[in-house]
Design a protein around this ligand. Structure first.
Ligand SMILES: *[C@@H]1O[C@H](CO)[C@@H](O)[C@H](O)[C@H]1NC(C)=O
Length: 280
């Protein structure tokens, strides 16, 4: 695999991200604003097909992805390259017969590494030849287990990323991150007062029982939530050209698609807030 330097030689003919994705040569260009949207049909791990929307804003240097699960859950993912932040949000439909409110929102915020997803400027150029094709990721990336041991104060969220205000508005009371990520951002100048340990010391996560093993709805426990990003462009592919001088040059000519699952564990003050996590 080639490493993705930010500086890649740009032969004049290129802009090209081919393969299943081709450049927007026919239609109007993505617009000078650097905003673009791509809708793709994707196959979920359980075999069902859903629509996924991928948006890129190369000026703000961010990418967002949104997908509806067949059970009504809306999953969204936002990558903020400027702040090294990624935000996962789940809007989970409540089961009214269990006395749950209309929906429950969760936000999980962790550090974004720059090799996790293609740059926003490349994402903004992606086009597809056949919008009806059902896409399946070429690579399944390993499951990531994340222990979310801190809360993020929504009011101060914009100190970390300007996207938190919009993306996590419904999840004010349920925005989680990890101490190790908080440390990284604090070293980069983010004010530590936006983070709060969960549960408050002296209790700690490891002493908590999993919600699925707790019978009492009013007891605190360790909640589990798993989500899957079914299809996203994770790497740029490079092609090579031999110039008349004999020199080899490389240029971006496509993408590799990935799928990845994330498991989040986090503290809830009452099992009531984690009713999906049950023995079945
Ligand atoms: C979040 O920050 C605001 C503004 O400083 C503060 O008023 C509020 O109490 C904080 N919320 C929590 C849950 O600590």
């Amino acid at each position: 695999m080639r490493s993705l330097g930010r500086r890649v030689p740009h032969p004049p003919q290129l802009l090209l991200l081919l393969l299943l994705l081709i450049p927007g040569l026919q239609g109007p260009a993505a617009g000078s604003s650097g905003l673009s949207e791509l809708k793709v049909r994707v196959r979920l791990p359980d075999g069902q097909v859903t629509e996924e929307s991928l948006q890129a804003d190369s000026d703000a240097d961010c990418i967002s992805l949104e997908l509806h699960k067949p059970d009504g859950t809306l999953i969204s993912f936002t990558a903020d390259f400027k702040r090294d932040v990624k935000i996962f949000r789940a809007l989970i439909l409540g089961e009214l017969e269990k006395g749950q409110s209309q929906f429950q929102a969760l936000c999980f915020i962790t550090r974004l590494h720059h090799n996790e997803i293609i740059p926003s400027e490349a994402m903004a150029k992606l086009r597809q030849k056949n919008p009806r094709a059902v896409r399946q990721a070429e690579e399944v990336r390993g499951l990531e287990q994340l222990r979310m041991d801190m809360a993020v104060n929504f009011t101060k969220g914009s100190w970390l990323s300007p996207h938190i205000h919009n993306v996590c508005a419904e999840a004010r009371e349920a925005i989680y991150t990890r101490e190790e990520d908080a440390k990284f951002w604090m070293e980069r100048g983010v004010d530590g007062s936006i983070f709060e340990a969960l549960p408050s010391p002296p209790a700690d996560l490891s002493s908590l029982r999993r919600c699925r093993h707790v019978g009492d709805r009013w007891k605190p426990c360790l909640c589990h939530y798993g989500l899957n990003l079914a299809w996203y462009p994770c790497l740029l592919k490079y092609c090579h050209n031999r110039e008349p001088s004999g020199r080899l040059s490389s240029y971006k000519c496509g993408i590799r698609s990935c799928q990845k699952s994330y498991n989040f564990d986090y503290y809830v003050p009452q099992k009531q807030l984690c009713l999906w996590d049950e023995d079945t």
